[in-house]
Design a protein around this ligand. Structure first.
Ligand code: SAM
Length: 362
């Protein structure tokens, strides 16, 4: 096959084999990293494939027909994912978010959801572009999925089709949101990534559309994830500006966080039209309260969204280690975690070769 060699493939080879500690201490559920941050959330990427080619995430120029997506056998099986999730739960994880790529492209995802939802103390959520929700929302809910977050970057059909670069109409996503609402997967969060000059003129139309709907619209600063999106600081619309623009039309007031470490800063319409959130990963880094670990499609554990390499759990999973050994290895990785990328971001770090979002999971 004529497969183009591109740097992303090399990047994926950067992996470290976690060490099995000599002493296997039992998990306490109160694991802390080197900066005192607990482990609470696990994001699991179930596929590196997507039915969109969003220009800022999986640009067609890189993710084209010659792109070498992961072969089936390198993906973690549902049993492997569930086993890892159980070990993470024992270390203190209470929330699992399935992502990708587009997670709804993974066949029989409901089965995985049912397996994960059966782990005591675990809540399962999912982030999707929404297009497959009309087909799948009811089955996902029945399997035990709690909520969905739907990504939607514009309501303007022309802008939206150009941004997903697959000519998918915005109406398909709106139908997905309706299907998720009808299935009881709410309150639904709608995530809009804002990139200056591309879709920032859509901030107000989205705010108008979702005001009073019961859905929570959240604005995410465009981030320097991966190495293929050509990120520049000038492209970032700071959350403070987003709030200012909305406040000028619909007065807002701040709301207390639901819990310590909540990623989105909450605001509500003063007239009772509901709430919005802003996620300021660039202008107001929240590394100091980050409790998230990420498991890639092929079983690498990443302790930061901006990581350059991951810890190869799949090799351990497939070489006959016991749960106690795996658990201790995971514990040791977390205890050694010192990541705080967003706090130390500079133009130089932004240019570093990092793991793509579609691979590590958004
Ligand atoms: N396919 C699913 C979806 O569309 O939501 C899940 C995966 S996608 C990578 C998860 C989220 O990451 C989406 O909301 C997407 O907009 C966001 N995202 C991708 N690249 C980003 C970037 N450079 N900065 C901020 N958010 C980004």
């Amino acid at each position: 096959m004529n497969q183009r060699v591109i740097p992303l493939a090399d990047e994926r080879l950067l992996r470290q084999l976690p060490k099995i500690p000599r002493e296997l201490t039992a998990p306490t559920g109160r694991l802390l990293d080197s900066r005192g941050r607990p482990l609470r959330d696990l994001r699991i990427s179930v596929t590196d494939r997507c039915n969109f080619r969003c220009v800022y995430c999986m640009p067609k120029a890189v993710f084209d027909k010659d792109y070498a997506f992961l072969p089936r056998e390198s993906l973690l099986s549902f049993e492997e994912i569930t086993r890892v999730a159980r070990l993470f739960a024992a270390h203190g994880v209470s929330k699992i978010r399935l992502t990708g790529g587009e997670p709804l492209l993974r066949r029989n995802l409901e089965q995985l959801i049912a397996q994960l939802a059966a782990i005591p103390g675990i809540e399962v959520t999912l982030t999707t572009n929404g297009v497959l929700l009309p087909k799948k929302a009811a089955a996902l809910k029945a399997a035990g999925l709690k909520r969905v977050t739907v990504s939607l970057d514009s309501l303007d059909d022309t802008v939206f089709r150009a941004m997903n670069d697959m000519d998918v109409p915005v109406a398909d996503v709106l139908k997905g949101i309706d299907a998720a609402t009808a299935a009881g997967l709410g309150p639904i969060k709608i995530n809009m990534v804002v990139k200056r000059g591309l879709n920032d003129h859509e901030i107000l139309p989205l705010a108008r559309h979702f005001r009073g709907s019961g859905h929570i619209l959240r604005f995410i600063e465009f981030m320097d994830v991966g190495s293929s999106n050509g990120w520049r600081m000038d492209d970032v619309v700071p959350s403070a500006e987003v709030v200012r623009r909305i406040h000028a039309e619909f007065p807002l007031e701040p709301v207390d966080p639901n819990y310590t470490g909540e990623v989105a800063e909450r605001w509500r319409y003063q007239d009772g039209g509901g709430e919005i959130g802003v996620i300021s990963s660039v202008t107001q880094a929240f590394c100091s309260t980050c409790t998230r670990a990420r498991l890639s499609t092929e079983g690498r554990l990443y302790t930061c969204l901006f990581a350059q390499s991951g810890h190869d759990l799949r090799t351990l999973l497939r070489s006959g280690h016991s749960d106690a050994e795996l658990s201790a290895a995971i514990g040791q990785v977390w205890q050694g975690r010192g990541d705080r990328y967003s706090e130390i971001r500079t133009a130089e770090t932004a240019a570093l070769r990092k793991i793509e979002m579609s691979y590590i999971g958004g």
